[in-house]
Design a protein around this ligand. Structure first.
Ligand SMILES: [Zn+2]
Ligand SMILES: [Zn+2]
Ligand SMILES: [Zn+2]
Length: 293
């Protein structure tokens, strides 16, 4: 019943056989003559034609607007996913490096500690012998006196006294041969180095500022007249060049390392393909990038 009604005009209860393009709704034949969609005032179309037009319109929208945008979004998702992998990859390299470094630091600390342990244990074992001899002497003395054998005691008493004299006179090491303060504190040393590095980073920023000013000044050069150039730019550029040379010298002291494998870089290896960075990342990403060390 409702289905039947849906396909029939609400005004005339006739079958919907036309489409009013002006009102964008299906209508019956009577609607076009009796209203409300009079054909002299409204643009009337056949159902089939209205259907075809809309199918074509939507098809064109999908083809020319939705599909390209869908492709863009798809490509963007791929780029994001690739970036996630990149971040993971670089993080793993850094993590591996951290772990190796930490293991090295721990090994060297353990080595230093066991060396100290060995030396102190040896110091104990040397004076432990003296202690043992003193205990032996006391035991022998009590055993001899317990027997009440005068002769035996008198035969041995001189040798007991000799041993006592020897033990009293014998020097022993009263010092402590090791201290804890010189255990290797590599992280502390690294932190100190980092402090120095920050100073160099500041130098780098000053250098960038100078270069930026020089570039701007060159732009000015072109814009300004020769007269202004003479009194304005040349001397300043010379001053800045001197500064750049000075800071470049300073920066040579900072070493550069490979972004991927942390190997030190020089003029020859910088921005070249990293040997250790094999197939995990496509060719265009294989270059080693430098950072200040
Ligand atoms: Zn009608
Ligand atoms: Zn109409
Ligand atoms: Zn490398």
């Amino acid at each position: 019943m409702s289905n039947l009604n849906q396909n029939h005009c609400v005004h005339h209860n006739k079958e919907l056989t036309y489409f009013c393009e002006s009102c964008e709704e299906p209508i019956c034949k009577l609607c076009t003559t009796l209203g409300p969609h009079n054909y002299t005032l409204h643009r009337i179309n056949s159902l089939q034609e209205a259907f075809k037009m809309r199918v074509e319109h939507i098809k064109q929208e999908i083809l020319h607007n939705i599909l390209p945008k869908r492709d863009e979004i798809f490509a963007q998702i791929n780029r994001i996913e690739y970036r996630i992998q990149e971040i993971k990859y670089v993080k793993n390299i850094i993590e591996r490096d951290c772990r190796a470094e930490m293991n090295g630091i721990e090994d060297r600390l353990n080595q230093a500690e066991s060396m100290k342990q060995t030396i102190l244990q040896h110091q104990i074992s040397v004076i432990q012998q003296d202690l043992d001899e003193m205990n032996d002497l006391a035991i022998q003395f009590f055993n001899l006196t317990k027997k009440n054998d005068y002769l035996e005691f008198l035969f041995d008493s001189q040798s007991l006294l000799d041993r006592i004299e020897f033990l009293i006179a014998k020097p022993y090491n009263k010092g402590l041969d090791e201290i804890p303060d010189d255990l290797p504190r590599e992280l502390t040393d690294l932190r100190l180095l980092l402090g120095k590095m920050e100073g160099q980073q500041q130098l780098l920023e000053i250098l960038n500022e100078i270069i930026w000013r020089m570039i701007n000044e060159r732009k000015h050069e072109e814009e300004l007249s020769q007269q202004i150039l003479k009194r304005h730019s040349e001397n300043e550029i010379k001053e800045w060049q001197k500064l750049v040379e000075f800071f470049t010298e300073q920066l040579k002291e900072s070493e550069m390392i490979c972004y991927f494998c942390n190997e030190p870089l020089d003029i020859k290896t910088i921005n070249k393909t990293c040997k250790k960075n094999k197939d995990d990342i496509p060719d265009n990403c294989k270059k080693n990038y430098w950072i200040y060390n």
